[in-house]
Design a protein around this ligand. Structure first.
Ligand code: NAD
Length: 484
């Protein structure tokens, strides 16, 4: 058979080698399923590793170092102005992602999972055509099952449909070609605020334009407030309730026209980053030739076992719905592999943590105040301000808070929100608490190391528990007074 016309027969093909796809393939191999991965990119890891989570966190680490050096002057340690070698920073970031990608190649090799490079297109519910395959790649793959893990891509704006090197999406911003003197970030969500933080630390004058009335729409306002206050200092300006209506390239940069009460009519920026959301990669891959149902947002419709309407095809990660987060994809990948191996596995997690890796970080899991309000769920809530945390004070980071939401009857922990440095690391305890059905008392009696920021979770639970106790005592007192 001529290479390139070959058809490979497999039990399972995983389409996409991101944080959903490769864990799915590794788990499937572990469970004895013969599988291959197909990915159009030469290096596995997906958007998360190459154009998302990992490179952005590498750059945010550099931003944190710059900011820490600046704030050290408050406790008498003074550094000079940082000298930023953009080429070295870019090379270091690339080194981080390359090493991790090599790690995935190594894990797949030792698990016997072949990675095929090429674009996979469904011809029917049993066959994939491989387009633009690398040397040695088969032309077609016949499969018993497929796991769709194709991820998502940035949304583009019609008003900003300009071809210009100055107009960036998240991939372009992470490429760190240079540090522009001025940067407009369109969208005050996860990506806009994380990348705005990076570029502001590197020296750009950053303006954020957000069409709603606050940054990180949907996130509880008390969690966003400390971040918004900090960003007001770090960014040149934040324009809320503002839309971009046009953009034009001029010799000095991109001239952007705004529509908003407090916005200037127009302004010119060296570069513009558009970060207004992501859309699932469910189009252009032949899914219409299968039974997979796609909803009005472009997501593949899945059940708790990650099965689509096509009995041979499962879907995981960004292509299968919100929230589009790498760790959700990973868990779903493992579930999908286990389901195919006949295990009683389901994606029924109670809490999916979300983290915005800004300075300070914002993290939450389980029920939020906004969701409780929208769903008319009665919740109790208690907060612990970091101004009362010894560890936060020693870190010169007192502008944080930890909030616990709970059921007033059962005292079960329903949600936790944290804002402050390292909130993303701290939230893991809360996720475990919610998964385990922990009550306030479970958090109260658990000894947390002192002095650490983790104590703030215990303290918020203690504040809630003490309040409930006081209410109980006063009810009993009232009852005993009323008794004959
Ligand atoms: P997002 O949904 O977080 O934020 C987009 C923002 O753009 C919103 O605030 C929205 O109101 C605003 N917006 C939309 N249209 C606009 C317009 N025309 N003008 C001005 N503002 C406009 O989207 P994102 O920041 O692009 O991130 C996409 C997804 O990627 C996130 O939803 C998240 O799932 C994922 N992500 C996660 C992380 C993380 O986990 N730390 C980091 C980056 C991205």
């Amino acid at each position: 058979m001529v290479i390139g016309e070959m058809t490979q027969d497999v039990d399972l093909v995983v389409v996409g080698a991101g944080p959903g796809g490769y864990p799915a393939a590794l788990r499937a191999a572990e469970l004895g399923i013969k599988c291959v991965i197909v990915d159009s990119k030469p290096k596995p890891g997906g958007v998360c590793l190459h154009e998302g989570c990992i490179p952005s966190k590498a750059l945010l680490h550099a931003a944190e170092a710059i900011d820490s050096a600046a704030t050290a002057s408050t406790f008498g340690v003074k550094f000079g102005q940082p000298e930023i070698d953009v080429n070295q920073l870019r090379a270091w970031k690339q080194g981080v992602t390359d090493k991790l990608s090599q790690g995935i190649v190594g894990m797949c090799k030792s698990a016997g999972v072949e990675i095929i490079q090429g674009k996979a297109i469904f011809e029917d519910s049993r066959t994939l055509r491989i387009e633009g395959g690398a040397e040695g790649a088969p032309a077609r793959i016949k499969f018993k099952h497929a796991i769709l893990a194709t991820g998502s891509r940035p949304v583009t704006l019609r008003d900003l449909s300009l071809t210009s090197k100055r107009l960036l999406d998240s991939t372009g911003a992470l490429a760190l070609e240079d540090v522009p003197a001025s940067l407009l970030v369109v969208g005050g969500g996860y990506i806009g605020l994380e990348m705005g933080t990076v570029y502001a630390a590197l020296g750009s004058q950053v303006t954020v334009v957000e069409m709603t009335d606050g940054l990180l729409p949907g996130v509880d306002r008390d969690l966003v407030r400390p971040l918004a206050n900090h960003l007001q200092q770090r960014f040149k300006s934040i324009l809320l309730n503002t839309k971009v209506t046009a953009v034009k390239e001029t010799k000095d940069g991109l001239t952007v026209t705004f529509e908003g009460k407090d916005a200037p009519a127009s302004a010119t920026f060296e570069k513009v980053l558009v970060a207004v959301g992501r859309r699932p990669n469910s189009d252009g891959i032949g899914l219409e030739k299968t039974q997979v149902e796609i909803d009005k947002f472009g997501f593949a419709v899945v059940d708790e076992q990650c099965r689509t309407r096509d009995k041979r095809i499962l879907a995981i990660g960004d292509v299968s719905g919100q929230p589009m987060l790498a760790h959700r994809a990973t868990r779903q990948g493992i579930v999908a592999a286990e389901v195919l191996a006949g295990l009683p596995s389901a994606f029924d997690n109670r809490a999916i943590p979300a983290v915005v890796f800004t300075e300070p970080e914002v993290a939450w899991c389980g029920l939020t105040d906004n969701e409780a309000k929208a769903q008319a769920i009665t919740v109790g809530s208690a907060k612990f301000p970091w101004s009362a945390s010894g560890r936060a004070q020693t870190l010169a980071s007192a502008a944080g808070q930890t909030k616990v939401l709970f059921c007033p009857e059962t005292r079960q922990v329903l949600g936790v929100g944290i804002v402050g440095p390292r909130a993303g690391e701290l939230i893991a305890e809360a996720v475990l608490a919610i998964e385990m059905g922990a009550t306030l008392e479970d958090l109260v009696v658990t000894i947390h190391p002192h002095p650490t920021l983790s104590e703030t979770i215990m303290e918020a639970a203690t504040a809630a528990s003490s309040r409930l106790e006081r209410q109980q005592t006063s009810k009993l007192r009232e009852a005993s007074k009323a008794a004959p």
